[in-house]
Design a protein around this ligand. Structure first.
Ligand code: DLL
Length: 433
């Protein structure tokens, strides 16, 4: 289903013409309204007039999270607070949060972007959807909330936590769609099984996002709930959710290209990569007023496919996020992405989709321990040393084949690892302790 079919199926040439016009406007807007950008662009010798084609975007300097932090809280806003109607923020691991502001027009655009992606995923006015992202400064809940309302869905703003009550509401309200992180969906499924209510809940659609989830993990969640799961990508600095999302074919997440220009760069050399190659995603917002972003370095790793999709949409498609340049683990000099580990683990029936990566350093050498839970129907394996060893060896072997390094595999009892109601935190890096 389409929400704004004319826009979502625009011919490529028209999309690019619109992007160019809006890029020039955004550069001009930043020059006039934001001293930080005025200085940056002037130093780089960039003006709106000098931008003649989309590839001229390469002359605009990159913007980073540090730039937002350095201008905390409102220094990068393009409008005075009297025109800002909403503020969100994302908390980092250290220091002050990154703060973003929205004008009324930004909120309109945001809900349009979200409504499009939810429709592409299969939601409509018959959707009864529980939003189980945390409401608050985090953009996930309110972003999906207004998009789904705009689409005419029945929205139940549950927020995250209080899982038993959420499961009760799902039964009582006939909830047929769930918005959450994939890890929370998985946890809710586990609890629904334990409480014996899984068959009384009839979810058809999962609108997931905000954290990585391999296809293997997605398959497990689909199996648990009997639903169709879609992936949604976004980040608060750029809007929140609403940048890109899966359609029914799940051949990459459609980017709302009339609002965002995406590039993929080599994160080390900072060079723009040819179309289709994998690297760091860089995004320029081309309609935002509250806090526009020029060439924002997301640190997320992906690639972009510009071929039109089977669904009829012409908007380019982003591959699932492979990881972040800053969560890529360097173990004894080898790059390891947690998503590679997840893919290997999910192939084993005997283990549950819960794991933790513990990295330590001794004698100047790194070790990676992968703690994996046995699934609930395999706990008897704990008493059978031979079979346990066999399983451990198999996982160890497959892991070495994929990662190219030695790892320590620890099989732990079912339900002994932490569960998450928001974004999962599966990496414990103890190297600096
Ligand atoms: O997580 C926005 C969002 C909310 C997206 C709900 C989708 C659904 P932040 O809290 O600012 O914003 O975190 C942004 O989360 O740079 C990625 O590393 C990661 N991320 C977001 N969506 C995905 C996804 C929201 N679908 C950061 N797959 C981003 C993998 C994702 N990682």
């Amino acid at each position: 289903m389409f929400f704004q079919k004319d826009i979502e199926t625009m011919p490529r040439k028209e999309i690019e013409a619109l992007q160019l016009e809006r890029l020039k406007h955004t550069v001009d807007y930043c020059m006039k309204n934001i001293p930080f950008y005025n200085k940056r662009l002037t130093e780089a010798g960039v003006t709106a007039e000098k931008i003649k084609s989309l590839s001229d975007i390469q002359y605009i300097p990159y913007t980073t999270k540090a730039d937002i932090r350095d201008n905390y809280p409102f220094g990068l806003f393009g409008q005075p607070l009297k025109n800002i109607v909403r503020i969100h923020a994302s908390s980092g691991t250290t220091g002050k949060p990154t703060v973003v502001g929205y004008t009324k027009k930004d909120l309109e655009n945001w809900s349009d972007c979200m409504a499009r992606l939810c429709a592409a995923a299969g939601a409509d006015e018959n959707t009864i959807v529980q939003i189980s992202f945390g409401y608050g400064l985090f953009t996930g809940a309110l972003g999906l909330h207004y998009g789904l309302e705009k689409l005419g869905a029945t929205v139940i703003p549950c927020s995250s936590g209080n899982t038993e009550k959420q499961l009760m509401l799902m039964q009582d309200f006939g909830t047929n769609a769930l918005v959450s992180t994939p890890s929370y969906a998985q946890y809710m499924g586990e609890m629904a099984k334990e409480l014996g209510v899984i068959d009384k809940i009839h979810l058809k659609l999962g609108l997931f996002g905000s954290e990585g989830c391999t296809e293997e993990m997605r398959d497990q969640i689909e199996k648990t709930w009997g639903l169709f799961a879609t992936d949604n990508y976004g980040m608060s600095e750029l809007m929140g959710p609403g940048i890109s999302g899966d359609c029914e074919y799940r051949l990459g997440m459609h980017i709302n290209e009339d609002h965002f220009i995406c590039e993929v760069i080599n994160s080390e050399t900072e060079e723009v990569l040819p179309r289709g190659e994998q690297g760091e995603l860089v995004v320029t917002t081309i309609t935002k007023e509250g806090i526009p972003m020029l060439r924002y370095r997301t640190k997320d790793i992906t690639s972009i496919d510009y071929e039109p999709c089977k669904c009829g949409r012409t908007f380019a498609r982003m591959a699932k996020i492979k990881g972040r340049t800053d969560d890529m683990l360097k173990i004894r000099g080898v790059n390891v992405f947690p998503s590679q580990i997840e893919s290997v683990l999910m192939k084993f029936e005997e283990i549950a989709p819960h794991y933790q990566l513990v990295i330590t350093r001794a004698n100047f050498s790194d070790s990676l321990e992968i703690k994996v839970e046995l699934s609930d129907n395999c706990t008897e394996l704990l008493e059978n040393y031979g079979r346990l060893e066999e399983l451990r060896n198999k996982i160890h072997h497959d892991m070495k084949t994929v990662l190219g390094i030695e790892t320590k595999i620890s099989l732990v009892e079912h339900k002994s690892l932490e569960r998450f109601q928001g974004k999962a935190k599966r990496i414990l890096d103890l190297r600096n302790q």
